[in-house]
Design a protein around this ligand. Structure first.
Ligand SMILES: Cc1ncc(COP(=O)(O)O)c(C=O)c1O
Length: 430
């Protein structure tokens, strides 16, 4: 895709008029007086998600314990139902997706399942730009095996501090690697890795591979089953708009259904046997076996409404608009914010197939204060240490006019040296 844009406000308004997904914005609660560019960190509440949460509360109020079977949908199989409703977003087959627990907890279970060190094949391949929680999970799981993370976590280095080269990752897939865990989209730069290629290369070397898809599910279509990905995990509070701490998603390729989950709990039982209360674990067939404890109903229910929006909008349409929006944003940055005295750089790869849904706007000296000044003006981005302001236009609710306005705000903040009145320290949550 190579669209020709221009920098006028009229042009932004024209893009909005022609936007076939523009109507979805009305389904979301946009904080009053704000331009929200942080949906890659915490997606906004939709009316649909609110309704499904209120429905779950009402079922609880009226049905009490009968909600397990008589709730609409029944709570007992809620996670399975949401897994099915998720499948089209990630290209999963039957029973390959389950909604359960939190992202990092699911990762622990996946490592406990797929990391089976034997002989000298006893290391885990990761990368230096991955989200810290993944690293902590890998290190602590290595320790549980009595292995030293310093020697057994093989960390692929970035050449430029922003991105990873697939060829460097493949080079690191040596005979001692027993498992590879990589991000789909890098949380800081927004780079999208080639999951299909990495999966193919890992499998050539007999390495199971899984991906952290927190920054892609709901923004970038995936074809996990077609690509043969072993497993994937993601949160639901970013692009899936299901609220802070919403129940996370987990994919297991059907090829791996025969494996025993690393961590067992009764919620992973075959549903027909769960209430036999047998001391023996009869595991469910499918990703459902990777559940541990009781479904968190109120952290799960919003996803039902949210997924309805995705099924109406279509993930391919969302991706097409998202790419156009990020391309438009980069065009405006290139034209208006890169020369003196602005001095911004774009840290996100330019090629559509190499970027997710946010743009990393870099400023070497004043990123923190510019980020604060933006917030003061009602623009909500976020800051990632040391020099990145992340800007995420969300196809379902960000308008082109808002993108245009954000760039204008940044221009004015620099022109007026507005950032100088703010402290240089970042906030506790940035
Ligand atoms: C890429 C990525 N991985 C992992 C996590 C951690 O997820 P959780 O806190 O839901 O376990 C996050 C959280 O923002 C993330 O962005």
């Amino acid at each position: 895709m190579s669209a020709i844009f221009d920098t006028t406000e009229e042009y932004a308004l024209m893009l909005d008029r022609r936007d076939s997904l523009g109507g979805f914005r009305e389904r979301f609660y946009i904080p009053e007086g704000k331009i929200y560019m942080d949906g890659n960190s915490l997606g906004l509440l939709s009316k649909d998600a609110e309704q499904s949460l209120l429905k779950a509360l009402d079922d609880f109020k009226k049905l009490a314990i009968d909600g397990w079977m008589d709730g609409n949908p029944p709570w007992f199989t809620f996670a399975e139902e949401l897994g099915r409703k998720h499948s089209f977003l990630v290209g999963a087959g039957e029973n390959e997706v389950i909604v359960h627990s939190s992202n990092t907890v699911n990762l622990h279970n996946l490592i406990a399942t797929f990391f089976r060190p034997y002989g000298t094949k006893n290391k885990i391949l990761i990368d230096e730009l991955n989200f810290p929680s993944d690293r902590y999970a890998v290190d602590s799981q290595l320790r549980l095996h009595g292995l030293d993370p310093k020697t057994h976590a093989v960390v692929v280095r970035s050449r430029d501090g922003r991105t990873l080269e697939e060829e460097d990752i493949v080079k690191a897939m040596t005979g001692d690697i027993a498992l590879a865990i990589l991000p789909s989209v890098l949380y800081r730069s927004g780079q999208l890795l080639d999951l299909e290629y990495l999966t193919k290369e890992a499998h050539k070397r007999d390495i199971p591979i899984g991906f952290d898809c927190c920054h892609s599910v709901g923004a970038v279509p995936h074809k996990f089953s077609e690509w043969g990905v072993d497993f994937a995990f993601w949160c639901s509070y970013k692009y899936l708009n299901s609220g802070p701490g919403a129940t996370a998603g987990l994919y297991i390729n059907s090829r791996n259904f025969g494996k025993a989950p690393g961590l067992w709990g009764w919620w992973g039982c075959d549903k027909s046997k769960q209430f036999d209360m047998s001391p023996e674990f009869f595991k469910a067939r499918g990703a459902g076996a990777w559940q541990i404890g009781t479904v968190h109903l109120f952290s799960t229910a919003p996803l039902l409404g949210s997924l309805k929006i995705f099924s109406e909008a279509g993930i391919e349409n969302i991706r097409e608009k998202s790419l156009k929006q990020t391309e438009y944003l980069m065009f405006l940055i290139d034209k208006l914010l890169t020369a003196e005295p602005y001095n911004f750089k774009i840290g996100t790869p330019r090629q559509p197939q190499r970027r997710g849904s946010h743009i990393a706007l870099e400023h070497d000296t004043e990123a923190v204060r510019i980020n604060t000044a933006l917030k003061k003006r009602g623009v909500i981005p976020d800051f990632r240490f040391p020099n990145v302001i992340r800007l995420a236009p969300i196809a379902l609710y960000t308008s082109y006019h808002e993108i245009w306005q954000v760039v204008r705000h940044i221009e004015e903040i620099i022109d007026l040296k507005e950032y100088e009145s703010f402290p240089k320290e970042r906030g506790t949550v940035s």
